[in-house]
Write a protein that binds this ligand. Structure first.
Ligand code: BTN
Length: 238
């Protein structure tokens, strides 16, 4: 996969770039990027709202990807974000937070939302806080933006950098498999070996975070037993 393969569709305003990507998927051939300067109904994981703050980047990748390997796509999308920021500032303090987050100086700087599209297409919706971050009190996790942390880049430049990096990681996955990507994620994840709590609708799980497995499931140790977690919000307890 290479940068030139992407068909890039730019909009001023959309409800959600993920919705536009879903619409496109019924008659798609090849891969697409949908961007919008503003979203009027941007959404986040688990039914949450994604605010459309001016100057931030909102885009959705629409690509063919086997749904049963969705965990790999989540990890590649987050790694590509991490590596893009590192290319701008190699000293940036970045860590992964399971499942899809990248933390900059300990705060959430982007959001990734994967959704199934038509046929064998998947949508990777990404919001990057380029200039601003939400400041409301009801945030699940403290947020920041690249600019607030001293990293200056324009949305369009970031998108180009991201697409190049994403292609490179897809090629690694295709040619060499998931293992090196999984190890990279584990090496740079926040809180491995420490106590975490995972909030799910039906209750909370508490245990020691042991990284992710080959399906990108979170490994949680409790009473010397390891269980696999497939969804939820992680909170650090140490
Ligand atoms: C999260 O909850 O952290 C995921 C947020 C994902 C937001 C992006 S912005 C572009 C795309 N369109 C949407 O409606 N959501 C995603």
């Amino acid at each position: 996969m290479k940068f030139e393969d992407w068909q890039i569709l730019k909009f001023e305003t959309l409800d959600s770039t993920n919705d536009k990507a879903l619409e496109l998927s019924t008659d798609a051939s090849g891969c697409y990027v949908v961007t919008a300067k503003t979203q009027t109904a941007g959404r986040g994981r688990r039914g949450r709202i994604w605010q459309s703050l001016q100057g931030n980047l909102f885009f959705s990748l629409l690509l063919e990807f086997d749904m049963k390997n969705i965990g790999e796509l989540v990890i590649i999308s987050a790694i590509s974000l991490y590596q893009s920021v590192k290319q701008i500032n190699p000293c940036a303090d970045l860590l992964f937070k399971w499942p899809n987050d990248v933390l900059l100086n300990g705060a959430k700087v982007c959001g990734i939302l994967l959704e199934k599209a038509a046929e064998n297409y998947m949508i990777v919706g990404i919001g990057v806080n380029i200039e601003q971050s939400p400041k409301n009190n009801d945030l699940l996790y403290r947020a920041t933006s690249l600019k607030e942390e001293g990293i200056d880049i324009k949305s369009e430049e970031f998108l180009t950098l991201y697409l190049h990096t994403f292609c490179n990681n897809i090629n690694i996955l295709k040619n060499k498999g998931f293992e090196s990507l999984r190890l990279f994620w584990n090496k740079n994840a926040k809180g491995i070996g420490t106590k975490i709590e995972i909030h799910q609708e039906k209750g909370n799980l508490l245990g020691i975070f042991k990284g992710i497995n080959e399906k990108a499931e979170l490994l949680l140790e409790k009473n010397n037993e390891i269980s696999r977690v497939t969804f939820g919000d992680v909170f650090y307890k140490e």
